[in-house]
Design a protein around this ligand. Structure first.
Ligand SMILES: CC(C)(COP(=O)(O)OP(=O)(O)OC[C@H]1O[C@@H](n2cnc3c(N)ncnc32)[C@H](O)[C@@H]1OP(=O)(O)O)[C@@H](O)C(=O)NCCC(=O)NCCS
Length: 139
């Protein structure tokens, strides 16, 4: 198992996102998001991606961690935590590191020393807020 800081194949990454049903972006959108992120951690096993995450920040105040995904066969074996900790290490020079957890995933982040924020807010011209309410991440 190797952990590296780049994506070997965006076809494989797209398949991983499909497998774990992470978002509804197409391959080009996923590629653009990763290419625009300074920090990437990916774990490969026998040449195949089994886990990934990305982060970006302003290098001083605030970094954001996104798109953490572990293939179904490799979940609950510490892979996600390894990727998260690797990203935290890379962006640890920021004053704060934030992320938003999908509903039901906060245990994973709490086990990795993240804390629920009481005043997190969001706005979007693209995401229907009603959908956010249905999914459960907007009040
Ligand atoms: C969330 C995710 C990245 C965790 O990766 P992982 O490799 O399974 O996590 P780890 O093995 O390091 O940590 C396991 C612990 O985190 C918690 N956890 C892991 N997956 C969880 C899930 N789907 N729901 C709730 N808690 C979860 C559990 O407490 C678990 O402990 P356990 O195995 O003893 O039950 C992975 O389940 C995943 O890719 N899910 C689909 C995509 C996704 O939801 N990404 C996160 C978006 S916020």
């Amino acid at each position: 198992m190797e952990i590296i800081n780049y994506i070997k194949s965006y076809d494989d990454l797209y398949s991983l996102f499909k497998e774990v049903k992470l978002g509804s972006r197409n391959k080009d959108e996923i590629k653009k998001a990763f290419e625009s992120s300074k920090y990437i951690s990916a774990i490969y096993k026998k040449g195949k991606i089994i886990g990934v995450g990305r982060a970006f920040g302003d290098e001083i105040d605030c970094a954001v961690i996104c798109d953490l995904a572990v293939s179904l066969n490799h979940q609950s074996k510490g892979v996600g935590s390894k990727i998260l900790q690797s990203l935290v290490k890379q962006v640890n020079h920021h004053l704060r590191i934030i992320l938003y957890a999908e509903p039901g995933k906060s245990d994973f982040y709490e086990k990795n020393n993240f804390h629920t924020m009481k005043t997190a807010m969001m706005t979007s011209s693209k995401l229907p807020l009603e959908l956010g309410r249905q999914i459960g991440f907007i009040e």
